[in-house]
Design a protein around this ligand. Sequence first.
Ligand code: HPA
Length: 282
Amino acid sequence: MQQTTFTYSDYEEAVQVIFERTSLRPKIAIILGSGLGPLADEVENPTIIPTNEIPHWPRSTVHGHKGRLVIGYIENQPVMVMQGRVHYYEGYSMQQVTFPIRVMQLMGIETLIVTNAAGGINTSFSAGDLMLIEDHINLLGHMGHNALIGPNDERLGERFPIFTVTYDKALREHTMRVARELNIHLQKGVYLCLSGPAFETPAEIRMFRAWGADAVGMSTAPEVTVARHGGIRVLGISSITNISIDHQDVQRDVSHEEVLEVGAKIVPNLMKLIRGVLQNMP
Ligand code: HPA
């Protein structure tokens, strides 16, 4: 039985194991979403740490999520790439889902680049698009599954953190500039976080669209919530792996295989964008 809540010293233990494996002290971390794992192969001079060798780290159970940290360089920037996240729908507690973020915080990570696979709700989106996350709707969080519920450790952040600007404005502007320069088509929008693992009904999709969501997914908001609580600035990019179905008389269905397949096709563009972002990071 894995531990479901953690203390400050649990996070410190994990940090210690990571720091014993590498002398690099990256300030930037990148989380790779479903199907986006191959980005980790781009890390130069990598130290690879299987996350099952890190104390307390939750084990990923989902196909397409490998479970390792790759620490090295991309574009001459020291980075820590997390390949394989865990999700709330796997049965983990919110503290387990966000354990890696606390470890990052205590490692001294200042910037988190978070990626995910998402279903497109905005009718101008196509499968294969990239979307810059401008803001999110943490539906899961506001339904009583917020990662910050429970005793607040003041060393990690304040009791009532502010979420007016969650995705760093300077990083977003920088990313849009980079996308323009590289001729990468970059959509912008609001990411809505659901628990999953059930995909959405068409009625739900129509409702989420009316709420102002542009894409839906099953991750990211818990991690970003904890990152912001811990003072880490965040850049978020969604891969639109499928277009969410908003009426019943359609001939096709979404599947996890499709998410992985389209995710893999988006990797080259996403890598180009992330490389560009890292080159002259503000
Ligand atoms: N819904 C929820 N999560 C997803 C989807 C989707 O359509 N595609 C990729 N992740």
